[in-house]
Write a protein that binds this ligand. Structure first.
Ligand code: GLN
Length: 260
């Protein structure tokens, strides 16, 4: 399964998040440590997006393994970011290998990633897809489960749902329609990060004014905390809520866990 990461905080070089850490996304592209049976490596593309000033995010995506891209190290060494979402992809069997299938998916300030698989794809999601505007379906980024999940989340965001609710509602609807799916989602607008844990790993590392969420810790810093399965994380640089998703769907935090 893919691996993803989101960072919010003081400016840091992209390299400090992607390529320098001993178990960073670069290393995870060929030697992830916690795939939980979902594949062995993440060589089917990658993507990085960050916010340049107050504008919309800049995306850099490729359909090749992160380790084989010669531009990324140069870019990462000189690019300072306050907010980033990045992912390496392990394509689910039968899904296309293309740059547009690599997260992050994007619209406006929003960036989205999915680590997992929708069981019974595509038939299991036909009823949910039928609730989307036809335009969204015929302009889907790529025919993959992750792209449809993004369309479902985006539809809720466009309707004005808060990001936590958009993610929690989508996870609940897809889990009901396609039981056994793995639905670790990651969504950010550059100031808030929302993440779900449903079948896959996620860890959090907080600093004094930063927060980092990642499928797996990228170093052995004891500050990393594993997020239990079945949670919704809503994080800013100022705080972190780890919620029961059903409560998040009512937008009421039930647990405030210090995951520092
Ligand atoms: N199923 C998605 C894809 O094929 C995500 C894969 C993953 O998490 N490994 O793109």
């Amino acid at each position: 399964m893919c691996r993803h990461l989101a960072y919010l905080g003081p400016p840091v070089f992209l390299s400090s998040l992607l390529t320098d850490p001993p178990y960073g996304l670069l290393r995870q592209s060929w030697a992830p440590r916690d795939m939980r049976g979902g594949g062995t490596m993440n060589a089917d593309g990658f993507g990085v997006a960050w916010y340049a000033g107050d504008g919309v995010p800049v995306r850099y995506r490729r359909a090749q393994p992160m380790w084989s891209d010669t531009t990324l190290p140069e870019l990462a060494a000189v690019t300072r970011v306050r907010a980033v979402l990045a992912a390496v992809r392990s394509a689910t069997v039968g899904m296309p290998l293309h740059e547009t299938a690599a997260a992050p998916f994007a619209e406006g300030r929003w960036l989205f990633s999915h680590n997992g698989v929708v069981r019974g794809w595509p038939d299991s999601l036909v009823p949910l897809a039928a609730g989307l505007p036809v335009r969204d379906l015929i302009t889907l980024d790529v025919p993959t489960d992750s792209a449809l999940l993004w369309a479902l989340v985006r539809h809720r965001l466009r309707a004005g749902a808060p990001p936590g609710e958009a993610v929690a509602d989508t996870v609940a609807a897809v889990a009901a329609a396609a039981p056994g799916s793995r639905l670790n989602l990651l969504l950010t607008d550059g100031t808030t990060v929302v993440a779900s844990t449903a079948g896959h790993a996620l860890s959090v590392r907080r600093g004094p004014d930063s927060v980092l969420l990642a499928s797996e810790p990228f170093d052995d810093d004891p500050a990393w905390r594993a997020v239990p399965d079945g949670r919704l994380v809503v994080a800013t640089t100022g705080g972190l809520d780890v919620r029961d998703p059903s409560a998040a769907r009512r937008s009421v935090p039930t647990a405030r866990e210090d995951t520092r």
